[in-house]
Design a protein around this ligand. Structure first.
Ligand code: SF4
Length: 256
């Protein structure tokens, strides 16, 4: 059985940083909180490359970070967790960004294709157990990938949703045992859009069609005026995160 496709979600013990790691994270989180994203990314590269990676779903924040990484001419591995359920627009954007910026965003795919997975499970798992589907199509892959790295970059921002309101610039991801760097943690959605427009950064065309956060097609809908950016994800369910960025397994510097 494949380790990437056969496991079911289990409660795992948080992985704690060493005292030395915790002090390093606290120090740099305090120091970088008011820094520009480029400075934060330079620090991340100096501190962790080549054991540094980035996971991206090609959201607008991710696209901004990718444009900066391209300018820094880094060769760190960047990957997209391709569940098989992503929108075609997302996959086209990935190819466009790779071409335009000379990046090599790699599509990590589960061992079973969507057809094989649904056949094995008697239908679409996202309809009956979205936590299991996210775990088996997405989180399992990151658990394997995380074993090879010390730190990862994400596009999380504090203003995206209440569950992300305490995102640190440099924190500890207790779920995957990695330092987690969020260069846009203190940016607003407006700042991100301004940068995208000013610098003609490619973005997902679905963002012009009422979507404000884009994940897998079956679990994403456009948002309504006044809803938070992530309200269209798993709408109608209590679920707000796929499990990559669970807040109760991320420790900010005040908790370290
Ligand atoms: S977002 Fe939906 S389709 Fe994608 S992995 Fe999670 S449950 Fe499955």
């Amino acid at each position: 059985m494949s380790p990437l496709t056969s496991s079911t979600p289990q409660k795992r013990l948080p992985k704690l940083p060493s005292l030395e790691q915790a002090e390093f994270i606290c120090h740099w989180n305090a120091k970088l909180t008011a820094s520009e994203p480029e400075e934060i990314l330079r620090w991340a590269l100096d501190s962790y490359a080549p054991k540094l990676t980035m996971a991206t779903a090609l959201g607008n924040s991710g696209c901004v970070i990718l444009s900066i990484l391209a300018r820094l001419e880094t060769k760190i591995p960047i990957f997209n967790l391709d569940t098989g359920y992503q929108f075609p627009e997302t996959l086209e954007l990935l190819e466009r960004i790779n071409r335009q910026y000379g990046l090599n965003i790699h599509r990590e795919t589960p061992e079973l294709s969507v057809e094989e997975y649904e056949l094995k499970n008697g239908g679409a798992v996202y309809l009956t157990d979205s936590n299991r589907c996210c775990y088996e199509r997405k989180i399992c892959m990151l658990e394997q990938i995380a074993l090879h790295y010390d730190a990862w970059i994400s596009g999380l921002r504090r203003d995206q949703s209440p569950t992300r309101a305490n995102t640190p610039v440099v924190g500890w991801d207790a779920k995957f045992g990695l330092v987690k760097i969020a260069p846009l943690a203190f940016w607003t959605g407006k700042q991100v859009w301004k940068k995208i427009i000013t610098e003609s950064i490619p973005y997902n065309p679905l963002l012009d069609q009422g979507y404000t956060s884009i994940g897998c097609a079956p679990c994403t809908r456009p948002t309504l005026p006044g809803e938070d950016e992530r309200a269209g994800r798993w709408a109608g369910q209590a679920k707000t995160e796929c499990g990559l960025h669970l807040v109760n397994q991320s420790l900010s510097s005040s908790e370290l």
